[in-house]
Design a protein around this ligand. Structure first.
Ligand code: ARG
Length: 260
């Protein structure tokens, strides 16, 4: 009887291990289960960098870029959708190996996580309702209602505006929709994403005003002292050198990248 129990639990253990390897049990945790798979977190409502496609699969510039970088390192990628403000905690807790999410490299974030070399130049822009004439800078938003995505550099910029009423949303499209609905006066968000939402007609009746508020660089985020940092940077350099980066840029932005 005891023998049988032992055998059974040994069997269960190896069966569970098998499922982990097959990637069927999410409870196994992300990082480090399978050496050939990188578990990568993303907040997938940020087109054209990441969004959910027609068949529920993730699509976007970041998604393609991450897969291409991983391939150079002989890895495959398994994506995990997470809230944007949950990505850094997940990296710190070790449940993901990396995060790609249009994430800006900031000094503040570098205190708790590491970043790859920059892979995209972006910056914040102010969006307002079409026809708005009194807003061209952050100062003009004093005392006004601003919508932002939680945990973002846009949220941080909005927090610096005197007397502004800032409302936070789980995703950038939700913040932009709030503007389209007339419930706020402005959205502070990454320019490429706001411009894409306007260009695709996804969010009607809004426009971008003024100059970029910031110059920001996106990086792939990794846990501090991750053993994968070097492979990620080598992969990035390789896809820039062999034309893959330019092809992906063209695919998602319709133009060649500006000289970097
Ligand atoms: N670049 C901004 C930041 O790092 C916004 C990124 C939001 N990304 C996303 N997938 N929702 O704070």
């Amino acid at each position: 009887m005891i023998m049988l129990n032992l055998t059974r639990s040994a069997f269960l253990r190896s069966a569970l291990l098998g499922l982990c390897t097959a990637g069927l049990l999410t409870a196994c945790g992300g990082g480090g289960q399978d050496d050939n798979v990188w578990s990568v977190g993303t907040e997938p409502a940020f087109p054209p960098f990441e969004s959910v496609g027609e068949g529920d699969e993730l699509v976007g510039f970041d998604i393609d870029l991450m897969r291409a970088v991983a391939e150079k390192a002989g890895k495959t990628v398994e994506f995990q959708s997470l809230p944007f403000d949950g990505l850094i905690p997940a990296l710190q807790g070790g449940s993901i190996d990396a995060a790609i999410s249009g994430m800006t490299i900031t000094e503040e974030r570098e205190k708790t996580i590491d970043f790859s070399d920059p892979y995209f130049d972006a910056g914040l822009a102010i969006a307002v309702a079409e026809g708005t004439t009194d807003v061209t800078s952050l100062d003009d938003l004093e005392g006004k209602r601003i919508a932002v995505q939680i945990g973002t550099t846009g949220a941080e910029a909005a927090a610096s505006v005197a007397d502004a009423k800032v409302s936070t949303f789980d995703s950038a499209p939700l913040a932009l929709q709030e503007l389209a609905n007339g419930n706020v006066d402005a959205v502070v968000n990454d320019a490429p994403v706001t411009l894409y939402a306007i260009a695709t007609g996804n969010i009607p009746g809004i426009t971008v005003v003024g100059e970029l508020l910031t110059e920001e660089n996106y990086g792939i985020a990794l846990p501090q002292n991750s053993e994968n940092l070097e492979a990620v940077n080598t992969g990035l350099a390789a896809i820039k050198a062999d034309g893959t980066y330019d092809a992906l840029y063209e695919k998602w932005f319709g133009t060649a990248p500006l000289a970097q």
